[in-house]
Design a protein around this ligand. Structure first.
Ligand code: NAP
Length: 281
């Protein structure tokens, strides 16, 4: 199968590696906003060939849209306008409600299978693409009833081949749960990084004293602003809701400290420890 990947960064590039390695893709064409990215992708053998959008669309059996979610909103209707009945389109965007609502009535909606492979790192671009990024992780298929059966069957086979587990949500549920679990973690990490940068002006001290605790908590703060700002724009209301709860929780810790209430502190930490029951050690 010839696969065209639009946006050959972390997700697009890692998919290219996985699908070429397991033979699902016999030929991969890359399309990207920047020639520099395509040159890197060719040097790293992520793609067999680079092309412009027109050529990439014409020659693909399956198209993967893997650009930031604001660029997705611009590109998706244009691709659906041109897609043929024998082609399948996948998007891998991290937010779904605005995107899928905007094309809900498109006559070719059923050629799209909306997916969110829940895998990533804090790095971006073609140099960040890695094999096995997706192995044994969860892929959410969103609004699957709106996709044609043949398209859905192929996309299920694609994700199972890399191999991912599948789950199904509608677009509203998807954005809500991603705000609660994924998007708030990024806001918290960005805020923590800025907090430390504001308070500790001695950068060498940050480097010297950053134990694995600080490094792992602040890891997400290395994530790309170009990728994340559009996610917060599109999932604003859900992120605001969970951010209010987070600020409330921070305030509770603050008032316990002010009151010298370390029994209360102990209780809050033990409540937080309950996350181990769900995620394991
Ligand atoms: P990325 O590494 O930055 O890759 C995106 C690529 O798309 C870059 O090469 C970018 O080029 C290019 N691009 C930007 N606008 C474009 C346009 N209009 N046309 C063609 N190419 C364009 O980002 P990513 O992490 O792979 O994310 C891609 C998508 O996957 C996003 O929708 C994101 O929400 C979703 N996703 C991300 C993760 C994650 O953890 N990273 C996980 C699951 C899903 P420039 O950067 O040079 O502009």
């Amino acid at each position: 199968m010839t696969i065209t990947i639009i946006g050959i960064g972390l997700i697009g590039g890692s998919l290219a590696i996985a699908l070429k390695e397991n033979g699902f893709a016999t030929y991969v064409i890359g399309v990207d906003a920047r020639q520099e990215n395509l040159d890197k992708a060719i040097r790293r053998r992520l793609i067999d060939e680079d092309a412009d959008l027109n050529t990439g669309l014409q020659r693909a059996d399956l198209i993967v849209l893997a650009v930031p979610v604001d660029a997705m909103r611009e590109l998706l209707p244009e691709i659906l306008d041109r897609i043929r009945d024998d082609q399948i389109l996948i998007d891998v965007g991290s937010t779904k409600e605005a995107l899928l609502t905007s094309i809900a009535d498109h006559p070719n909606r059923s050629r799209l299978v909306a997916t969110h492979p829940m895998a990533g790192t804090e790095y971006s671009g073609p140099e960040a693409a890695i094999p096995q990024l997706f192995t044994n992780k969860m892929c959410v298929i969103v609004d699957h009833d709106d996709s044609a059966e043949d398209a859905l069957a192929t996309v299920r086979r694609l994700y199972k081949s890399i191999p991912m587990k599948l789950s199904y949500l509608n677009r509203k549920q998807h954005d809500l749960h991603c705000a609660y679990v994924s998007h708030i973690s990024h806001v918290a990490s960005f805020a923590l990084a800025i907090t430390v940068l504001e308070k500790e002006k001695n950068e060498q001290r940050i480097f010297d004293l950053a134990s694995s605790g600080f490094s792992s908590t602040v890891r997400l703060a290395k994530s790309s602003a170009d990728m994340w700002t559009p996610i917060f724009r599109q999932n604003r209301d859900n992120v605001l809701d969970v951010l209010d709860e987070h600020i409330e929780q921070l305030s509770k810790f603050r008032s316990l400290l002010i009151k010298n209430d370390f029994d209360g502190f102990q209780e809050r930490i033990e409540r937080a420890n309950e996350i181990t029951r769900i995620l394991g050690d």
